[in-house]
Write a protein that binds this ligand. Structure first.
Ligand SMILES: Cc1cc2nc3c(=O)[nH]c(=O)nc-3n(C[C@H](O)[C@H](O)[C@H](O)COP(=O)(O)OP(=O)(O)OC[C@H]3O[C@@H](n4cnc5c(N)ncnc54)[C@H](O)[C@@H]3O)c2cc1C
Length: 481
């Protein structure tokens, strides 16, 4: 995106032509001369743009005024429970546009920017740069330009049995290949960066897993997506160009393209560096910046929308197939609605039991949010298997959309209609059910729920370590005394 054209208070939008800014994107084995000509990119872009469209259609909830300027409300520093709730409702609004299936829309990183802006001191400085000031300028610029920032933190799974610096072959992260007075040159790779090909810039950092000796890998910085030496290699797309959206209503509508990112001597000026060869700062970056706490609220709010979508789909399927009158089916559906209520409740709980930090930023309580992150993968999987169990053989018997327009069309219309739904509605409902639960698109969405926020096994283990059980412990003490 040409940030020149963005003026404070004006609405922005990601334009297809912005994708042709010299970024190096590989798709289906080829380097794209003109990414703006890729149909799946353009379709996906229109869903990502929902973030910007809602600023225009619903400014009363999506925008706020500060110092005489209008900003997206995701950039508002929360000071109260109500501030957090208002922001959470906006994250859900945005997620609704893509049925919760676009996880890394612009509001993800943006949601953490106000907290980051208040927590830059810990970054300190070195002889080349003041990292705290760099972060101050970064946060101010992102808020003003409202560009789309994508992030990459996870290092490639080259050999997880070793620390990064012990791995001798392959790119197990990214390190500075050269250091000058002007900046650093970085080389290496990040494992997966969702929506990177459509973004304006990347925020690069590590998870808090670096060990002493990993100094070379201990970096955090931002860079434009069209930086020289940066290559974005998209995973194989899931769309079916030979079919319509009737057949594949999600796979053919958009794809939250994941990509492997390669850095080959990419120059990063000192002004854009936040952490340099400092394991402690690298490990602190996600949490001390407030990015983790505040993006987690956005993430779970988005997850709740996706869970609601598949819950509604399962219920619609049961009702239209006439199986909802059976007690066992009602129990299956009740499991889904109960899970949804638990997630909704945990979101509200995280806001109600949130607290003010030392910089005056009101943040959500992480324990309820991490409880969602710990359990949502199971809840989402249960919803998908419920859809498969209810759709049963029906999902496998849906003709190609073109058959409905062909010679047998009128026969299909007659034979596949019921008093509960028309043949066309049946095909659409079952196609959606299969796309969500069985197709590559749906399976990737399941993987996304499982892993995108970290390894759920370790999240659950950490949850137990952090839970406040003082009442339970006091009761136990009393009875066991
Ligand atoms: C669809 C999708 C989109 C994603 N998008 C992004 C993105 O935009 N940006 C980004 O940065 N990342 C992204 N990720 C990556 C995500 O952050 C990681 O997948 C996640 O953090 C898990 O890490 P991993 O894949 O390296 O698995 P690992 O951490 O290597 O885990 C693999 C398995 O080994 C076990 N294991 C490994 N190491 C240990 C250990 N030390 N202790 C105990 N068990 C261990 C785990 O329990 C697990 O079963 C995405 C992932 C997916 C699936």
């Amino acid at each position: 995106m040409n940030t020149e054209k963005l003026k404070l208070g004006e609405f922005s939008m990601l334009l297809a032509s912005d994708l042709d800014d010299g970024r190096s994107v590989y798709l289906n084995g080829k380097k794209l001369d003109s990414p703006s000509k890729e149909p799946i990119f353009i379709k996906t872009l229109s869903y990502v743009n929902a973030y910007y469209r809602l600023q225009q259609t619903h400014p009363e909830t999506h925008m706020y005024a500060e110092d005489g300027q209008q900003y997206d409300i995701v950039f508002k520093t929360p000071h109260t429970i109500q501030d957090l709730t208002a922001k959470r409702c906006v994250y859900q609004d945005i997620a609704i546009q893509s049925y919760g299936m676009l996880g890394r829309t612009p509001d993800f990183i943006d949601s953490g920017i106000p907290a980051f802006a208040a927590h830059t001191k810990f970054l300190g400085c070195n002889k080349y740069a003041n990292f705290s000031s760099n972060a101050d300028s970064y946060c101010a610029r992102i808020k003003q330009s409202d560009v789309f920032v994508s992030h990459a933190l996870q290092n490639p799974q080259i050999d997880r049995s070793k620390e990064l610096h012990e791995v001798t072959k392959g790119a197990t992260g990214m390190k500075a290949s050269k250091v000058t007075n002007e900046g650093i040159y970085v080389s290496g790779a990040k494992m997966v960066n969702t929506l990177a090909p459509l973004s304006n810039e990347l925020l690069i950092f590590n998870t808090p897993t670096l060990a002493p000796g990993d100094e070379d890998y201990a970096l955090a910085f931002w860079l434009p997506i069209n930086s020289d030496g940066l290559s974005i290699i998209c995973r194989k797309p899931f769309n079916r160009p030979d079919h319509s959206e009737f057949d594949y209503p999600l796979s053919n509508a958009f794809d939250e393209i994941d990509a492997y990112i390669i850095f080959e001597d990419v120059f990063i000026p000192w002004s854009d560096v936040f952490v340099f060869q400092d394991v402690e700062k690298s490990n602190q970056f996600f949490t001390e910046s407030g990015l983790f706490q505040h993006t987690t609220l956005q993430d779970q709010a988005r997850g709740s929308v996706k869970l609601e979508f598949v819950t509604s789909l399962a219920i619609e399927l049961a009702q239209r197939l006439g199986v909802d009158k059976y007690l066992n089916v009602q129990e299956m559906l009740g499991n889904l609605t109960a899970n949804l209520e638990l997630v909704r409740g945990a979101l509200v709980n995280s806001e109600l039991t949130g607290s003010m930090d030392d910089r005056g930023v009101f943040g959500p309580n992480l324990q309820p949010l991490l409880a969602i992150r710990a359990q949502l993968p199971k809840m989402y999987e249960l919803a998908l298997t419920t859809i498969q169990k209810l759709g049963a053989g029906s999902m496998m018997g849906v003709p190609d959309g073109r058959d409905f327009d062909g010679k047998l069309g009128h026969v299909l219309d007659e034979m596949m209609s019921s008093t509960l739904m028309s043949a066309e509605y049946r095909a659409k409902l079952l196609n959606l059910s299969w796309d969500v639960s069985g197709e590559s698109f749906g399976q990737r969405q399941l993987m996304y729920e499982y892993y995108h926020g970290g390894d759920p096994v370790r999240i659950r283990a950490q949850h137990y370590h952090s839970e406040d059980l003082h009442i339970g412990d006091a009761m136990l003490k009393r009875i066991l005394k």
